[in-house]
Design a protein around this ligand. Sequence first.
Ligand code: NDP
Length: 477
Amino acid sequence: ARAEIGVTGLAVMGSNLARNFASKGFVTAVHNRTQARTDALIAEHGGDGDFVPSTSAEEFVASLVKPRRIVIMVKAGGPTDAVIDELAPLLEDGDILIDGGNAKFQDTRRREAALREQGIHFVGCGISGGEEGALLGPSIMPGGSKESYDSLGPMLEKISAHVDGEPCCTHIGTDGAGHFVKMVHNGIEYADMQLIAEAYDLLRRGAGLTPAELADVFAEWNRGDLDSFLIEITAEVLKQVDAETGQPFIDVVVDAAGMKGTGTWTVQNALDLGVPVSGIAEAVFARGLSSLAEQRAASKDLPGPAAAGSVDDRDAFVEDVRLALYASKIVAYAQGLDEIIAGAEEFGWDIDLGAVARIWRGGCIIRAKFLNRITEAYDSAAQQPASLLLAPYFTDAIAGTQDAWRRTVVFAATNGIPAPGFSTALAYYDGLRSERLPAALIQGQRDFFGAHTYRRVDRDGSFHTLWSGDRSEVATD
Ligand code: NDP
């Protein structure tokens, strides 16, 4: 046995990850259920590094030095369980099984607990960056035991993306923490994409910019606060011209957004944890609405605003939309980080938010320059801010967007252009800063119909008003 790391599941992600390990000088064992994939990898890239191919799980396990380190890179769900069931009996105390797929963190917790009984370390490992990231350096979010990270971490750090010399990989927390954080990463990605799409829509429909002009606008934005991978690729997509029709590429694509589920999971878990991730939720819902082909077709004649407002100063409008996007994006990150804090508390993880922001600076889909500022917000603070919005840098940043943000939301509403991401972010912001919320009225209603009781502003305890009696108040505890 001489392989230092093994990868099983050699579809696009697994083979690229294996090539990444091999390119960093690790002897890499490779295996796939269907032999043809292993053969193809060796035929095409066998010369790029030291690979040890196997034809069976037994041979694969035997090719690894102990403690064995095996990355599973197969379809998430049942297939991952099938591979674990096949490998686990072949492993020994101290071996490390790593699941690099997009697993539900609850599945990771279950698998980790079961394998721990057998003395096997199970590391649920979030990997972001798509195919290219897997090959050239992804952002890696490993969970599992601290002990397993001691042996595995340095290898993962070596194959991860690097920013300012620092690896985009850190031990996130025990059991399912890595997959939880990867899930929230994807939720933030949904929100970010939705916000960019809204900016595009407002500028195109509202101010009449062409896709080619918009490509230039996004390329310009990518040089400032919004500097990020998603803004960069937005400019590329908008620049693209369809070879067949000569139309802008964007105009020949069906406007129904697909999804694979991680955004939905982020929202489902936020609901369970009671965290208002409204920006992420709106992003998931907006994709859902876009796919309602029948309802959308039937709704074309629903009335809209009578007179659309026009844009007099195009440059000023572009700047307003940029600022609205920036503010809404900060809110989406604040909400996502709140979900991580709530998850950590619920599941007993010790998660360093500054480190999470640090490893998202490179390799992953939401990589962005402003993540440096998030890291600083958590690293430099003597006390963690109660919300990202309360970290001084971001409080200032949002203060600078105020008027533009509000004008943009008003413009969208007045002109009948949907901007659910911008609007919900602003409503969240105003909700947080309101000294009094109408929740008091909701408490009154709840007490009225269900005797759910309420608390008073002027003394402790819970109270109920005898609504169907003489409407006097009684203390209930
Ligand atoms: P797929 O999700 O398409 O999975 C294909 C691989 O799974 C093949 O190697 C296949 O083997 C194997 N497989 C499927 N069922 C079984 C089974 N029952 N037993 C053994 N092996 C099985 O591949 P991807 O490379 O796209 O993704 C791999 C994982 O990485 C997924 O969990 C995905 O969610 C995650 N991921 C993907 C990203 C991406 O950008 N694509 C980004 C980040 C994570 P066979 O060849 O025999 O069919």
